[in-house]
Ligand binder design. Structure first.
Ligand SMILES: [Fe+2]
Length: 313
């Protein structure tokens, strides 16, 4: 695995910074790694060189330096409470575990909760130059609710800070491919639910290379079952009633209404090289069968000391 600084590379755990060490102050009476809540999956490809990854997402770092503006200070106070204040420890723990147990790490976005100098420095501190992942909707957020103009779910809104993000994150923030042990890891930005024509074009070019593909992105491609879980988790409308599908909104609606995305999803369902989709954004674990060859794994937030190990064999 060669390190491709500036070009993006799946982060090899051997290259993770040494600061990510076991921290005995958290849950000190528990077993060494029991403070991490891990789930597991296996993707059967028929590889000559099997390997495993730690998939984490949604760390929601909420750091701000004292010299940063008042909006950032307010966000720091408010959002640190929201996410429990231990996001950095949780991330360090996950990376320490990964360094000892798996070959690579994939992060599927919302590593930061909003843009700040301090958060950007943490991105580099935790992942260095050899980091592949996908951005989340929060990466594109200058000040969350305090933003002027209001955040829009458009490419034009992303363009306001895309160059800034590109200067911080060491991979192509729109679309990146990296072949690891004969598996093509493709990461793309779908943070508002849709994909662009350009991304579809680049994906189809990658398919021509003939490698099995793992697609990594922030927002999953929803199924009805995943949508039920979403409404349950985020709206909590009392006893579960699965007889009727709850009204489809937000990213799931976008995926159904945006023609480019809808066509891309139909195309992917028939693409046999697609073996696995890794996503986050939802803050709960959910999996389902995306297509005959591909299972989709959505991992809950790393701020909850959570991650999932996926074995590729
Ligand atoms: Fe998100």
């Amino acid at each position: 695995m060669k390190q491709l600084a500036g070009a993006g590379a799946l982060i090899a755990t051997s290259q993770l910074p040494a600061f990510a060490e076991d921290n005995p102050e958290i849950f000190p009476e528990r077993g060494r790694y029991e403070r991490l809540s891990l789930s597991y999956g296996v993707v059967h490809i028929g590889l000559e060189k099997p390997f495993s990854i730690l998939h984490i997402s949604d760390s929601h770092l909420t750091a701000a330096y004292e010299h940063e503006n008042e909006k950032k200070q307010k966000l720091h106070t408010r959002r640190t409470k929201t996410f429990g204040g231990r996001q950095e420890e949780a991330l360090a723990d996950a990376l320490a575990w990964a360094k000892q147990h798996v070959d690579f790490v994939v992060h599927t976005g919302d590593l930061i909760d909003w843009q700040s100098e301090a958060n950007f420095h943490l991105v580099r501190k935790f992942f260095g130059d050899s980091y592949i992942g996908s951005l989340g909707n929060h990466e594109f957020s200058p000040d969350m609710g305090y933003s002027e103009p209001k955040e829009e779910h458009t490419e034009a809104f992303k363009d306001r800070t895309r160059d800034l993000l590109q200067s911080v994150y060491p991979f192509d923030v729109r679309f990146q491919s990296q072949v690891v042990n004969g598996v093509n890891f493709i990461t793309l930005d779908d943070v508002y639910g849709y994909v662009t024509k350009e991304q579809v074009k680049r994906f189809k070019k990658e398919v021509k290379k003939g490698f099995p593909i793992v697609l990594c992105m922030h927002v999953p491609f929803f199924s009805d079952d995943m949508w039920r879980a979403n409404v349950r988790f985020w709206d909590d409308k009392g006893p579960m009633n699965y007889s009727a599908l709850p009204e489809i909104k937000s990213a799931y609606k976008v995926q159904q209404e945006d023609k480019v995305t809808r066509d891309f999803i139909s195309y992917l369902k028939k693409e046999k090289l697609l073996k696995c989709i890794l996503a986050g954004h939802l803050h709960y674990d959910v999996q389902d069968q995306f297509s005959p060859t591909c299972r989709q794994y959505v991992v809950a937030g790393s701020f909850l000391f959570h991650g999932e190990e996926i074995l590729f064999i």
